[in-house]
Design a protein around this ligand. Structure first.
Ligand code: C5P
Length: 301
């Protein structure tokens, strides 16, 4: 049996992330900031289907507006597929169909999830059989958040956020996500961060964060939620502050800007509280979704 018959197409699911803690150091010579972050993968997913093709092509569908996502060679999933082909000297191509659920340019690493899913899917489709470590090394060349989308779960990220160590996490944390129609550019948020940066040279994840994750204690984690990119994101998008405050006075234990924003993430005490907060936010005219974490990284479904 040929590979084409054996694997007619491959479906892979990869998760979005929330940074429950993020501290950034000053900008380094390579243009990146040294990070100390705690990632949690949450139950909002990108699904991709990879099928055999002579060339490299892409289509995108999904319940969210994807009109701003490029479908040409600059698309991160296609770049991932090409990088894997080059690295493994695979001679064929792939058609990738993405079903998008993660807000675009939202600070939840949806594009990175696409790249992670594409790496896993093409590796299976083409039978190139790379290890997770090799896929992560390729992933980190595509974007700082790609290795975590491959790993999933809960992890501490250092370096650019791409050097990962799994973190012990018990139980399940319930979140309410508020996407925003207008995306924020990650480089813009980091530039705004640089304007008022008084951060330590060597950022670290405090023990309170690790303790709260290990204990599976939402109240404790709520106390420890922090994001150095929140202040610059709010300076660029002052309208988000009122939504954060609304969530926090309507049942959230705490709210935070997710990554470089503009998506907001509210931590709830339990599932019932999360559902009730979601309904309050919707009544106030905001789109709101309930998700939970941690969930698995990119894998074949
Ligand atoms: O790696 P990724 O493409 O996700 O990063 C997008 C941009 O975000 C980078 O070009 C850089 O401006 C900024 N960034 C940063 N420090 C990091 C991660 C990202 O300055 N650790």
């Amino acid at each position: 049996m040929t590979l084409v018959e054996e694997f007619p197409d491959v479906r892979v699911r990869a998760p979005a992330k929330i940074n429950v803690f993020l501290a950034a150091g000053p900008r380094a010579d390579d243009g990146y900031h040294e990070l100390a972050t705690a990632f949690q993968a949450v139950s909002l997913f990108e699904d991709i289907i990879a099928s055999h093709s002579d060339g490299f092509s892409l289509s995108i569908t999904g319940p969210i507006d994807t009109s701003s996502v490029p479908t040409d060679d600059s698309n991160l999933a296609l770049r991932a597929a090409r990088l894997l082909a080059e690295h493994t000297e695979y001679g064929g191509g792939v058609h990738i169909d993405i079903r998008k659920e993660v807000p675009v340019a939202g600070g939840m690493a949806g594009g990175s999830a696409d790249a992670a899913a594409a790496l896993v899917a093409c590796d299976v489709l083409w039978g190139t059989g790379l290890s997770m470590r090799e896929l992560q090394a390729l992933g980190s060349r595509l974007g700082a958040d790609v290795p975590f989308a491959l790993m999933g779960g809960t992890a501490i990220g250092t370096g650019r956020g791409d050097v990962l160590n799994p973190a012990l996490a018990r139980g399940r944390f319930e979140w309410v996500i508020v996407p925003n129609a207008l995306g924020l550019s990650t480089p813009d948020v980091y530039r705004e961060f640089d304007r008022q940066d008084d951060s330590p040279a060597a950022p670290a994840v405090p023990s309170e964060v690790l303790h709260a994750l290990r204990a599976g204690d939402a109240r404790m984690l709520a106390e420890a939620l922090h994001n150095d990119l929140q202040a610059p994101a709010l300076r660029l998008r002052p309208d988000l502050a009122a939504v954060l405050e609304y969530g926090e006075t309507n049942g959230a234990l705490a709210g935070i800007v997710s990554g470089s924003g503009p998506t907001l993430a509210f931590l709830a005490e339990n599932r019932i509280e999360a559902r009730s907060l979601q309904q309050s936010l919707e009544r106030a005219g905001h789109e709101a979704l309930t998700v939970y974490g941690p969930v698995h990284g990119a894998r074949v479904v």
